[in-house]
Write a new protein. Structure first.
Length: 175
């Protein structure tokens, strides 16, 4: 089989929207009390890097890597941390940056876990939000793009660890 990629978001559109998001985020936080900005690895790495470099304050940067698992067809997946933040979130503003919110299940569980750590505020930012597959109503406070396209790769998003390096976002199909 051959992977077929169709570009759905250009590199230029991403750069423009990331700059707009940085402005929206800057308007939300006080520069004297910047948030801990948490990157969800591996998918958000490019988005996170581009976004945080445009913020007009100096946030603490943290990284997590999570795996979701469930009992076969169970709709209730749990997540476990492969890498967790290195700091306390208690009493701090926290902004989680992810590549995509699809079903919302992993995002909801992650936000639930972080909320239990008693942050001062907890916000979510995603490059892409897909509503057509949403199973859990989870708030994404800062959204780059809404998409109804199929399986997306590029700009950090992957298929079998491939295509992350693409500068745009592509819908992938096989033939």
């Amino acid at each position: 089989m051959t992977d077929v990629l169709r570009q759905v978001i250009t590199e230029e559109a991403i750069a423009a929207r990331v700059a707009e998001l940085a402005g929206e985020i800057a308007g939300y936080y006080d520069k004297d009390e910047p948030p801990v900005v948490v990157c969800v690895l591996k998918g958000a790495v490019y988005f996170f890097a581009d976004l945080t470099r445009l913020l007009p304050f100096s946030p603490q940067l943290e990284f997590i890597r999570i795996a979701s698992y469930g009992g076969g067809t169970s709709p209730d997946k749990e997540i476990r941390f492969l890498v967790d933040v290195d700091c306390s979130l208690e009493g701090r503003h926290v902004l989680v940056v992810d590549d995509i919110v699809d079903t919302g299940r992993t995002t909801a569980k992650l936000l639930e876990i972080f909320a239990a750590r008693n942050p001062k505020s907890l916000r979510m930012c995603a490059l892409v939000e897909k509503w057509d597959r949403r199973e859990v109503d989870v708030a994404v406070d800062f959204v780059g793009f809404s998409s109804r396209d199929g399986f997306l790769v590029g700009y950090g998003m992957d298929y079998a660890e491939r295509y992350r390096q693409l500068r745009g976002v592509y819908e992938m199909s096989t033939r």
